[in-house]
Design a protein around this ligand. Structure first.
Ligand code: NAI
Length: 695
C-alpha cells in the first residue's frame, strides 16, 4: 500500500525543532499543509522546543496559496489561524527560505519571529499579477517591517533577492551553506533574543505622509490601465499606515474577497494555469524525446533572424547567423550588439553578462559549413516561397541527417516548404513574434508530415530560450494572425459607418490592449496589408485610400494618424476627409456608434474565427488561443483572451450577436461558426470544451 503523503515533517536537532513543509512540487499551502503546521507548532510547544525552524523541502520554501482551492468552501484551519499559533508561540519561529517564498509563502514567513534565507532565494508578493491582493496579512506586516517600500513590492508583485530583502529589512540574515543546518545554528544562537513580531512594529509606519504615499501610489499604478488589483493593493497598504493592525487586516480581507471573486482575477488565473497547459501537447507519444540541441544555426540575420539569435544567446545556447554577404552579416550582428548595449546602458544587463551573450553569438557566410555543424536550423529569410524552397533544399543537403529544420515563416505553407526536402517529417514552423528577443510567444507549426520528435524538439528549444511554445496546425496565418486578420473588414465598416481611427483605438485601448488595431497598422506599415490584399485580390476601401494618399504609417510619419518627430500620434484631418468622402461616395449614412458596438464588432469576428480554428484542429484547446493572444498580440492578461471574452459574454449571446452583425453588416463571415451554434444550443462554453474535434 502506498504510504500516506505527509505534508509537514517534524524533526529535531537537540531542542531546536524543525518543521519541514513537504508538498511537492512547490509547497503550496493547501489545507493539509496548514493543518500540519498547526499540529506541528502545538506538538513543538508541548515538547518544550527552544526554537522552531520552519523550512520547505525540495525546490523552495512555498509558492503560496493553493489556487485550485479558490472559489471552493474554505476548509479550516485558515492561514491566519496558523499565523496566530506562530505569533503566540513561546519559542521563536524562524523561517528558513530557499527557492521561492511567494504570496502566502512569504506571508507565512512574515508572521514568523525572524527570517533567514539562502542566497538564491526569491521573495515576493505576486498576488497583484493574479488579480487580487495578498490575503494573509502581507499588506499589513510588510509595511510594518520596511515602510513605504512595501507599496512598491506589493503593487508591482515583483520578487526581490535575499540581499535586497536584507537591505530593505524584512529578513534578518543571508546564510551560506546547507540551509537547514545553518538555520538551526542561527536559531540556537538567537533563541534568547527579544524578537518584536511584525504586527507589533510601529517604527517603520510612524510619520505617515499622505502626499508622499499618494505620489508613490500614482507612479506605481500609472501603467496598470484598467486593472483593478493594483488599486486594491494601494488601499490595503494605506490601511497599514493609517489603522491598527486588526482593522488593516479587515481592509485587506475585503479587498481580497472582492477582487478574487471578480472577472479580472478569474481571467488572470485562467491565463496563469493556461500558460502551463498550453505547452503540454496532448497526443505526443511518450517516446517522442526532444533531440539534443547544443548548437543553433539561424539562416538570415534580418529583423527576425537577429532577434531569434539574441534569444538563444540570452539563454546560453550557442548560435550562428548565416547571411548571404559579409555586409548583411555585419549589419545583422551590429543590430544585435546595439540592442544589448542599450540594455546595458539602461542598467538592466551587466557588462559581464553582455559579454557572455555576445561570445555565444557568431556569424558566417559559409552556409554549408555552418549548417553541417548545426543541431537545429531556424530559417528566417525573405517571405517568399521560391526563396524558402531553395533554402530548404540546400539545408537538407548540408545538414546532418536526422536534425530538425524549422522555418519562421509567418504565412507560407509548412507542407510546401517541407516538400523541398527529403525529410519532411523533420520540418516544422517556429513562428516567432517581433521583436523576437522580447515577445514570449512561439507558434510551433505542425505540417502534415511533421513527426512527434520534431514537435518535441521545437517545444523544448522554445522553452529553453525563454519562449512560450504553443503548437498549432498549418494554415494561412496560423492562429494569431489568422484571427486578427478577420477583424479588418468590420473595422473598415466601422470607419465608414461613423467611427474615426481614434475612436476604434480608444475603445480597444480602454479595454486594455497595448495598442489599438489602427495604430498597430501604422507601426507595422500599411503597405504590408496592401500587398497582401493585392496578392489575394481583396479590397479595403478605407485602407486602400489611406495608402493611395501616400500614408504608409509611422515610417512616412503619416498613416491612420499624423506623427510628430517623436512618433507621437495625432488624429488626422486628412484621414477624416478621406473617410467622409468615401462614405459619401459609397452612400453609407454615418451615425454615432456606441463603444460597446465597436468592441463587439472588433472582437467577435476573431472569436468566430477562433471557433473555426478549433473545429479544424488548428488549435488544440481554447486556452491555447487565449495564451497566444496574451503573449503575442498585446492582449491584456486581465481580460483573459478572446475565447475567455466569449465565455463571459455567454455563447448564446455570442451566437445571437454574430448572427445580428452578419445580417446588419452584410458580412457572411460573421455567421456563427458551427461550434458556436453547437455550444450555444447545449448551454456549453469554451471553458468546458476539451477538444472541438472530439466534440
Ligand atoms: P528581413 O528582410 O529583415 O530579413 C531577411 C534576411 O534574410 C536578410 O538579412 C537577408 O539578407 C537574409 N537572407 C535572404 N536570403 C538568404 C539566404 N539564402 N541565406 C541567408 N540569408 C538570407 O525579414 P524579417 O522581417 O526578418 O522576416 C524573415 C522571416 O520572418 C519571414 O519569413 C517573415 O515572414 C518572418 N516573420 C517576420 C515577422 C516580422 O514582424 N517582421 C514576424 C514573424 C515572422
Amino acid at each position: 500500500m502506498a504510504e500516506e503523503p505527509r505534508y509537514v515533517e517534524h524533526a529535531f536537532d537537540g531542542d531546536v525543532h524543525i518543521l519541514r513543509i513537504a508538498n511537492a512540487p512547490v509547497n503550496t499551502l493547501r489545507t493539509e499543509v496548514r493543518a500540519g503546521l498547526l499540529q506541528g507548532l502545538q506538538n513543538a510547544a508541548k515538547q518544550g522546543a527552544r526554537a522552531i525552524v520552519l523550512i520547505g523541502t525540495g525546490r523552495g520554501f512555498s509558492a503560496g496559496a493553493e489556487m485550485t482551492e479558490f472559489g471552493k468552501p474554505r476548509k479550516p484551519p485558515s492561514l491566519n489561524e496558523v499565523f496566530d499559533a506562530i505569533e503566540n508561540s513561546r519559542a521563536p519561529v524562524i523561517a528558513a527560505i530557499h527557492g521561492n517564498a511567494l504570496g502566502g509563502g512569504l506571508e507565512l514567513a512574515l508572521a514568523c519571529h525572524a527570517r533567514v534565507a539562502a542566497p538564491g532565494a526569491q521573495l515576493g508578493l505576486p498576488e497583484v499579477k493574479r488579480g487580487f491582493v495578498p490575503g494573509a496579512g502581507g499588506t499589513q506586516r510588510l509595511p510594518r517591517l520596511i515602510g513605504l517600500e512595501a507599496l512598491r513590492l506589493i503593487v508591482t508583485g515583483d520578487p526581490v533577492s535575499p540581499a535586497e530583502a536584507l537591505k530593505l529589512g524584512f529578513i534578518d540574515a543571508v546564510l551560506e551553506g546547507e540551509l537547514e543546518h545553518a538555520a538551526v545554528a542561527w536559531a540556537r544562537q538567537h533563541a534568547g533574543d527579544k524578537f518584536v513580531l511584525a504586527k507589533n512594529r510601529t517604527d517603520r509606519i510612524a510619520g505617515y505622509d499622505a502626499a508622499a504615499f499618494d505620489e508613490a501610489a500614482k507612479k506605481l499604478t500609472a501603467r496598470s490601465r484598467g486593472q483593478e488589483s493594483p488599486k486594491g493593493c494601494v488601499t490595503a497598504v494605506r490601511a497599514a499606515f493609517t489603522m491598527p493592525f486588526e482593522d488593516g487586516l479587515n481592509v485587506e480581507r475585503e479587498q481580497f474577497q472582492t477582487l478574487v471573486a471578480g472577472e479580472q482575477s478569474q481571467a488572470l488565473r485562467h491565463i496563469f494555469f493556461g500558460e502551463r497547459e498550453a505547452v503540454r501537447i496532448p497526443d505526443l507519444p511518450a517516446d517522442a524525446k526532444p533531440l539534443p540541441v547544443n548548437k543553433l544555426v539561424v539562416i538570415g540575420g534580418g529583423t527576425m533572424g537577429g532577434g531569434i539569435a539574441m534569444s538563444a544567446a540570452n539563454f546560453g545556447l550557442p548560435v550562428t547567423i548565416v547571411e548571404t554577404s559579409e555586409e548583411a552579416l555585419q549589419k545583422g550582428l551590429k543590430r544585435c550588439e546595439a540592442n544589448w548595449e542599450r540594455t546595458v546602458k539602461s542598467g538592466r544587463l551587466s557588462q559581464a553578462e553582455y559579454e557572455k551573450r555576445r561570445a555565444l553569438l557568431s556569424g558566417t557566410t559559409a552556409f554549408e559549413k555552418a549548417v553541417g555543424e548545426a543541431d537545429l536550423v531556424i530559417e528566417a529569410v525573405f517571405e517568399n516561397m521560391e526563396v524558402k524552397k531553395e533554402v530548404f533544399a540546400r539545408l537538407d543537403k548540408a545538414a546532418r541527417p536526422g536534425i530538425v529544420l524549422a522555418s519562421n515563416t509567418s504565412t507560407l505553407s509548412i507542407d510546401e516548404i517541407a516538400s523541398a526536402t527529403k525529410r519532411p517529417e523533420l520540418v516544422i514552423g517556429m513562428h516567432f513574434f517581433s521583436p523576437a528577443n522580447v515577445m514570449r510567444l512561439l507558434e510551433n507549426v505542425k505540417g502534415t508530415k511533421t513527426s512527434p520528435v520534431a514537435i518535441a524538439t521545437a517545444t523544448e528549444v522554445g522553452k529553453r530560450i525563454g519562449k512560450l511554445p504553443v503548437l498549432v496546425g498549418n494554415c494561412d496565418g496560423f492562429v494569431g494572425n489568422r484571427m486578427t486578420g478577420k477583424r479588418g473588414p468590420q473595422i473598415e465598416k466601422l470607419l465608414l459607418e461613423g467611427c474615426l481611427p481614434q475612436d476604434v483605438d480608444r475603445v480597444m485601448e480602454g479595454y486594455g490592449m497595448a495598442m489599438g488595431p489602427l495604430a498597430t497598422g501604422d507601426l507595422a506599415g500599411l503597405d504590408i496589408g496592401a500587398a497582401v490584399r493585392k496578392a489575394r485580390g481583396t479590397v479595403a476601401p478605407v485602407a486602400d485610400a489611406v495608402v493611395a494618399a501616400g500614408r504608409l504609417g509611422q515610417k512616412t510619419s503619416k498613416g491612420y494618424y499624423d506623427y510628430d518627430e517623436n512618433r507621437k500620434r495625432m488624429p488626422s484631418k486628412e484621414v477624416e476627409r478621406i473617410i467622409l468622402d468615401l462614405a459619401e461616395k459609397m452612400q453609407v449614412r454615418r451615425r454615432k456608434i456606441e463603444d460597446q458596438e465597436i468592441l463587439e464588432r472588433v472582437l467577435l469576428p476573431m472569436v468566430n474565427e477562433g471557433a473555426r480554428i478549433l473545429e479544424e484542429g488548428i488549435a488544440y484547446r481554447p486556452i491555447d488561443i487565449d495564451v497566444i493572444f496574451i503573449n503575442g498580440f498585446g492582449w491584456p492578461a486581465f481580460r483573459g483572451g478572446p475565447m475567455f471574452f466569449a465565455d463571459r459574454l455567454g455563447l448564446k449571446a455570442v451566437r445571437d450577436k454574430l448572427a445580428h452583425y452578419a445580417e446588419a453588416t452584410g458580412d457572411p463571415n460573421l455567421r456563427p461558426a458551427a461550434l458556436i451554434e453547437k455550444l450555444a444550443a447545449e448551454g456549453g462554453s469554451f471553458a468546458t470544451l476539451k477538444s472541438a474535434k472530439a466534440a
